[in-house]
Unconditional design. Structure first.
Length: 135
């Protein structure tokens, strides 16, 4: 695969991966924790914190999207965002070990956080090296 084709594939992978947090964060901002099956009424502090974190999650997804156009040059931004996601994933893993397995959607999130995002970071570094190398 040429460096340009690999760059386009990485751009597509980031765009597709961002669909999960964009949709989850948007639904979470609109519905609050009740869309996850939280019993009603939802505690006010839980709802407030959930929506706050969902807003941060939404902006992180937009920040990931902002790297797509120049993905080969956005390593520092991707690594910072990736560190945030992996830290969240490690926190989710701690919950899994301490409290129990969450729903399937959260397990998918865990896979993205500790599998897909680190793979994208490694891939971005490769694309950056290949795009910087003389042809």
């Amino acid at each position: 695969m040429t460096p340009a084709a690999e760059r386009r594939a990485l751009q597509a992978a980031v765009a597709i991966t961002c669909m999960v947090p964009l949709s989850a964060a948007t639904i979470s901002l609109i519905e609050g924790p009740r869309w996850l099956g939280a019993p009603l009424p939802v505690a006010t502090d839980l709802d407030s914190h959930f929506r706050y974190l969902s807003g941060i999650f939404l902006v992180m997804a937009v920040a990931f999207l902002s790297t797509i156009s120049r993905i080969e040059a956005m390593g520092a931004r991707l690594r910072l965002l990736g560190a945030m996601v992996v830290t969240g994933g490690l926190s989710r893993l701690a919950s899994l070990l301490l409290v129990g397995a969450p729903s399937t959607g959260h397990l998918v999130g865990l896979g993205i956080e500790l599998g897909v995002v680190p793979a994208i970071l490694v891939w971005q570094a490769r694309v950056a090296r290949r795009c910087a190398a003389p042809a």
